[in-house]
Design a binder for this molecule. Sequence first.
Ligand SMILES: Cc1cc2nc3c(=O)[nH]c(=O)nc-3n(C[C@H](O)[C@H](O)[C@H](O)COP(=O)(O)O)c2cc1C
Length: 217
Amino acid sequence: MDMLELMKQRHSVRQYEDKAIEPEKREVLDKLISDINKEKGLHIQIFYDEPKCFESKIAHYGNFVGVKNYICLVGRKSTRLDETLGYYGEKIVLKAQELGLNTCWVALSHGKSNANIGRGEKQVCIIAVGYGKSNGFPHKNKSMKRLCNYKDALPDWFIKGMDAAMLAPTALNQQKFFIELQSDGTVWARAGSGFYTKIDLGIVKYHFEIGSQKRIL
Ligand SMILES: Cc1cc2nc3c(=O)[nH]c(=O)nc-3n(C[C@H](O)[C@H](O)[C@H](O)COP(=O)(O)O)c2cc1C
């Protein structure tokens, strides 16, 4: 399916049906995760039919209902870990969307996960996944002018990248990122200050690259 279409269809979903993810879909997600782990040296783990992580008070307070499957974004501590897990986590999110599943990034509103977190490793975020009770709804956006060095006559590919970046989920919908087209045609992206902005940046970079078909440096 068209990736931009998948990005448009994806919204955070916090309430889930009591319907198991089919074995064929599990296979696809398992394979993608294992490929990413091998290629990037990460320790991302997915758990199915495990309701305990989202049965805590904080999860209910966060409005989460019926979450039984989740992905733990784990890797070796480094200054790039948040961004890397944001980037590859969103790749998994869009694959789940393609499989007809719903998701939600969850930094705070979850209990203890089943993740095996090795020495020197860190769990940065969790992604809830399953069959949602709804497909969610589009988030509000800052204007494109506030999110990039907007000027007249920006190339079409850059605008496409920005459209995709603006569909990206960010913590509390904060959209604290800034994307810059340099005079030599390269693209830079940076995170604003605050919580989870580096995870957000990884997510946003993945969206921009898919939308623009260009790499961000
Ligand atoms: C890094 C990150 C952490 C998030 N943590 C939470 C969370 O703890 N609880 C929650 O309800 N939503 C959480 N969200 C979901 C955001 O609120 C949501 O992505 C944002 O409002 C944009 O909406 P959308 O995903 O529907 O486009 C998180 C999103 C991101 C990217």
